[in-house]
Ligand binder design. Structure first.
Ligand SMILES: NC(=O)c1ccc[n+]([C@@H]2O[C@H](COP(=O)([O-])OP(=O)(O)OC[C@H]3O[C@@H](n4cnc5c(N)ncnc54)[C@H](OP(=O)(O)O)[C@@H]3O)[C@@H](O)[C@H]2O)c1
Length: 376
């Protein structure tokens, strides 16, 4: 199952909106086939592994006494882009007699039905092997299936004194090359990247995932929060050849001529409710629209006001802070704006989930702390 999990992670960032799945086939303790789900619409992991085993074993495939199939996620039992995996497994049974599954699929079309179909057909089915790791690899997908809301990851490059930009607004680059490469790894896994309009005005980012040589590896959806459509019309995200992958959320008070100009470039413009607490557009509305458009996870890159909105509203799951050993001073742009905290007992608490050295920087992983139990 560990091997199957490693295979599943090869699909990270590529299978949207499908989950990551890895599968191996074992004959008398020997691995004879392996596969993973490579992209939406492509063969499922189980089919890849079975085909791999048939290629490797040739005529001996059918002569195997007992083949065990290990799969990180419950095999599907419905027609989607491809035929049900359960039927393909049964077509190869024997020799497949045993199926070991990491975790159930929460998708109501599948959940429990794959296990039931295989068990009813007489296969020996075990469920829950390395279930925690198998669950974690698809945490985003599972959450989206349950709530239809994307999982939200916040990320910022900060100085030692918690600034995300210098007093003149420049922030390229606070992080070392290690920090930048980690940021691009996060982008690679993201279905969408979200920023505020001030970040576009200050940095004109492209919001693509790139390798160390600057080659584009992935172009996620680019989401912009911009109540009045102030985004410069020559900004990369609305002027480049991928403008149709840019979704702008504005308020009802936007300038309609600018909206027309953006639509003419192929940009999508959504009118969201206002955010009464901190101004700008309502994040709940934004996330609902993104979830309905099958955005399973989103990376929020700032700037400061946007990060503050997400943190204060509690609409996030994980926060990555790449902290560089640099000092900017009190006139720099703070990582977080006004929070309303007046006394230390009201300070916002987060849960430290990890910390490691990242070249000369420190990478801090934080999770939203669970609210204290009201029943004492
Ligand atoms: N170090 C890093 O990791 C990093 C990353 C990104 C940016 N930066 C730096 O951050 C600076 C920009 O940050 P910033 O705080 O000034 O601006 P920002 O967060 O990029 O954008 C804020 C603007 O977004 C709009 N907005 C719409 N809905 C919002 C909502 N719900 N919550 C918050 N904002 C919303 C608002 O303008 P409207 O009212 O007009 O809609 C708001 O003023 C730049 O200097 C940039 O270089 C650093």
């Amino acid at each position: 199952m560990r091997k199957a999990l490693r295979l599943a992670t090869k699909g990270l960032g590529k299978t949207h909106p499908n989950p990551y799945v890895g599968c191996v086939l074992v004959c008398r303790d020997e691995l004879v086939g392996q596969g993973y789900h490579k992209a939406f619409g492509k063969a499922h992991a189980e089919v890849e592994a079975i085909e791999d085993a048939k290629r490797r074993l040739g005529a001996s495939f059918d002569k195997c006494q007992v083949l065990t199939l290990y799969c990180t996620l419950e095999p599907c039992n419905h027609f989607g882009k491809t035929a049900p995996c359960t039927e393909i497994i049964l077509k190869h049974s024997p020799p497949i007699r045993r199926v070991v599954i990491g975790t159930l699929d929460p998708n109501p079309l599948v959940s429990g039905k794959g296990v039931e179909r295989l068990s009813r057909a007489g296969l020996d089915v075990s469920l829950g092997v390395l279930s925690r790791s198998c669950f974690q690899v698809n945490e985003d997908y599972f959450q989206w299936v349950r709530t239809r809301l994307p999982r939200v990851v916040l990320k910022a490059a900060v100085s030692l004194d918690g600034k995300i930009a210098a007093p003149d607004g420049s922030s390229k680059w606070i992080s070392s090359k290690h920090g930048l490469s980690f940021a691009h790894e996060l982008r690679l896994r993201a279905d969408a990247i979200l920023v505020g309009v001030e970040t576009v005005i200050a940095d004109n980012p492209r919001l693509t995932a790139r390798d160390a040589l600057g080659r584009v590896r992935k172009k996620p959806i680019r989401v912009l929060l911009d109540s009045h459509l102030r985004v410069p019309l020559d900004a990369s995200i609305v002027a480049d050849e991928d403008a149709s992958k840019t979704w702008v959320f504005c308020s009802s008070e936007h300038d309609s001529a600018r909206k027309e100009a953006l639509l003419a470039r192929g940009v999508s413009v959504f009118v969201a409710a206002g955010n009464s607490a901190v101004g700008g557009v309502d994040l709940g509305d934004v996330l609902r629209v993104l979830g309905s458009k099958e955005v399973v996870n989103i990376l929020v890159e700032g700037g400061s006001r946007v990060l503050t909105s997400f943190i204060l509203s509690g609409r996030y799951d994980t926060l990555y802070l790449n902290m560089a050993p640099k000092l900017i001073g009190m006139h720099g742009v703070p990582f977080i704006q006004e929070t309303g905290v007046r006394s230390i007992e009201d300070a916002l608490s987060l849960e430290l989930a990890g910390i490691r050295r990242n070249g000369p920087d420190i990478l801090i992983v934080l999770k939203k702390a669970n609210p204290p139990c009201s029943q004492g």
